[in-house]
Structures are given as structure tokens and as C-alpha cells.
Design a protein around this ligand. Structure first.
Ligand SMILES: [Zn+2]
Ligand SMILES: [Zn+2]
Length: 349
């Protein structure tokens, strides 16, 4: 098969790779239809360290990508909820499939991992991929969900839903969204779907603020002036909830200053380096602060109806499309943030 294969920092190649075979009784083989690049894919692209793995050092070559949809072409004997011929979306990662956590809440599996980080769980930016624990990791794509929305459900939309939920957004709230990548922009839609009265969207990039304004948010440029602008917009009260979807140090450190007394902040941006949050300020102002990584499969039951019924659309997030053969260029453009890129889709099958 053809696949996007990791050779080292900034060196992802479209090349021949051995076809996966079905080796797991509760797994399936997927023929991939479409895949996308996630901001978190840039960590390996940059040769960062993730867990015990230092991606600047030589690795056995593996297929990359954890956001993909496709058709089941073979299923093991212990798969019950999907069958050959089904069009499915996958969660961005899965568990070992046999421990207690995998039988209840697979996201708590101590061996849970994302696809496309090593040869142990090959990625889906490839023509074929084996998906273990298929009953938990996959869902049939219902009528009314587009290819783009299905790709967003593999990770970004689930992460945004998790983050907005943990911000305690309630009807009438004023919500600040910090960081307007795809997850932040989806957070705006989800905050309104939960009844937010006003969403204030903060980012340094003009094009992203324009997208947020199109979704009905009040867009504010990130920077030293942002807090004063938010104070004016809220008549001095500051916001009830903050959803932080950037992870950049300046974004994370802006969060306490945006929150009203007793407010809630939910942080899901992958931290880029250490941050210093002012515990004294947080404590005396009785704020609630949550941070976490979404259990993707647990978000789907609430999200599928929201998407099917048009309450959340996620339109216009895939700014760039390439055939898989142009994968290296897709990564380069995404990494360089060229041409207003928001999210990259690879057409595979
Ligand atoms: Zn992702
Ligand atoms: Zn497990």
C-alpha cells in the first residue's frame, strides 16, 4: 500500500509500506477514505519528545495519522458492532482491549495510545490500517454526517465538546474562547449550542478571528490589550467561563485574568513548555480550573445528534485538501501556517 511514513523530523514521505494484515481478534482492517492532520501531529513532525519517545532520534519507520475514516474490509471474529462494508470513523486512539478499563472506560486504559505514533499502533494516513478494539474504537457514520464532520468527530469535535462541557457552560453565560484553531472554533459553536449568551473569541491571527466572528463571536486580538477589551465587553464583570484551546504559554497565562469571581476555566490546549499560573489569584477568586484530554469515544453519544440535526456544523475548517501522494506538502504547509491554513484533509480512497 501507499502511506505517509515518518522518517524523522520534517521528513514524512508518501511511499510504499507493507500492507497490514488482520492479526487481532477484536480488530478490523479499514480501507481509508480520508484522513486529516491535527495540531498534535506537529509534535512528532518537529521531533519533540512524547512520553518516553524522542522523535528527533531514529525510529523504526511507521505510518502517521490518528484522524481517519474508512470502510471495513475485514473483521476479526470478536467484532460485533461493525461489519465488512460499513463506512466508519475511528477515535484518534485506543486501549489494549483486554484490561478492566478497556471493558468499561477504554480511555482509562493504562496502555491507551494514539494511532500513528509508532509501529505498535500504525497511523491512518495510509491506504489501509488495522484498528484494534473495533467495537469501542469505531462507529458507523450515520446519514447526515459529512466526510468533513466525520473526520472532525475522530478528535477535534470530541475534544472541543469535552472542553466546553468541563467549562460548565450554561444558558446565559458569557464564554471566552482562547485560541481559534479548529478546536477553538468548534468550541464557539458548542458554547452557543449550550445556550451561551455571548462568546468572546481571542487569537492573534486575523483570519481566525474573522472565522470566529462569522460564527457569531465577538473577536478580540490576543495581546496585552485583550483583558481591558474583555472588561469593557462585560461591563467590568469579566467572563463566566473560559475555554482555552491553544496551549501556548501566553494563552494559558491569560486565562485567570479573564475569569470572573467564581468562574470556570477548562484547558485542553497541549501545553507548549511550562506555564506559571497564579495560584493565589485563582484561590482568592474561587475559580474552578479543569484540564484534560478528551475520552473521544465517550463524547460521541452526545455529539452525533448535535451534528446530525445541524446544531453544530464545523463548516469551513478544512482549508486545504490534498491527495495522499502530496502528504509531505500538506504537512509542510500546515506546519508553516502558510496561506491561512486551518486544517488539512487528505483524500485517500
Ligand atoms: Zn487529532
Ligand atoms: Zn486496556
Amino acid at each position: 500500500m501507499k502511506a505517509l511514513v515518518f522518517h524523522g523530523p520534517r521528513d514524512i514521505r508518501h511511499e510504499d509500506y507493507p500492507d497490514p494484515s488482520l492479526t487481532i481478534a477484536n480488530g478490523v482492517l479499514l480501507r481509508v477514505e480520508a484522513a486529516s492532520i491535527c495540531g498534535s501531529d506537529l509534535h512528532i513532525y518537529h521531533g519533540d519528545r512524547i512520553g518516553l519517545t524522542d522523535y528527533s532520534q531514529p525510529q523504526p519507520h511507521f505510518c502517521v495519522g490518528h484522524e481517519f475514516i474508512g470502510e471495513v474490509v475485514a473483521a476479526g471474529p470478536d467484532v460485533f458492532t461493525v461489519s465488512v462494508g460499513d463506512r466508519v470513523l475511528a477515535a484518534g486512539g485506543t486501549g489494549c482491549g483486554v484490561c478492566d478499563a478497556c471493558r468499561s472506560r477504554i480511555s482509562r486504559c493504562p496502555k491507551a495510545n494514539a494511532f500513528g505514533l509508532s509501529t505498535a499502533l500504525q497511523g491512518g494516513q495510509a491506504e489501509l490500517v488495522q484498528v484494534p478494539n473495533a467495537d469501542t474504537t469505531l462507529r458507523r457514520i450515520p446519514e447526515g454526517i459529512s466526510t468533513e464532520q466525520a473526520l472532525l468527530l475522530t478528535d477535534a469535535l470530541a475534544t472541543a465538546h469535552f472542553g466546553i462541557g468541563r467549562a460548565d457552560v450554561a444558558p446565559g453565560d458569557t464564554v471566552a474562547v482562547v485560541g481559534l484553531g479548529p478546536i477553538g472554533l468548534l468550541g464557539i459553536e458548542l458554547a452557543y449550542a449550550r445556550g451561551a449568551a455571548q462568546v468572546i473569541a481571542i487569537d492573534p491571527v486575523e483570519g481566525r478571528r474573522a472565522h470566529a466572528a462569522h460564527l457569531g463571536a465577538v473577536a478580540v486580538a490576543a495581546g496585552p490589550e485583550a483583558r481591558a477589551i474583555v472588561r469593557d465587553l462585560t461591563q467590568g464583570r469579566m467572563v463566566d467561563r473560559v475555554f482555552e484551546a491553544s496551549g501556548a504559554r501566553s494563552a494559558v497565562e491569560s486565562v485567570p485574568g479573564l475569569l470572573r469571581h467564581g468562574g470556570t476555566a477548562s484547558l485542553i490546549g497541549l501545553p507548549q513548555g511550562d506555564t506559571a499560573l497564579p495560584l493565589r489569584q485563582l484561590l482568592y477568586r474561587n475559580v474552578t480550573l479543569r484540564a484534560g484530554v478528551a475520552p473521544v469515544t465517550e463524547m460521541w453519544a452526545e455529539l452525533f445528534p448535535l451534528v446530525v440535526h445541524g446544531r453544530v456544523k464545523g463548516e469551513g475548517l478544512f482549508s486545504h485538501r490534498y491527495p495522499l501522494a502530496d502528504g509531505a506538502e500538506g504537512y509542510r504547509v500546515f506546519d508553516a501556517r502558510e496561506d491561512g491554513v486551518l486544517k488539512v484533509l487528505f483524500q485517500v480512497g
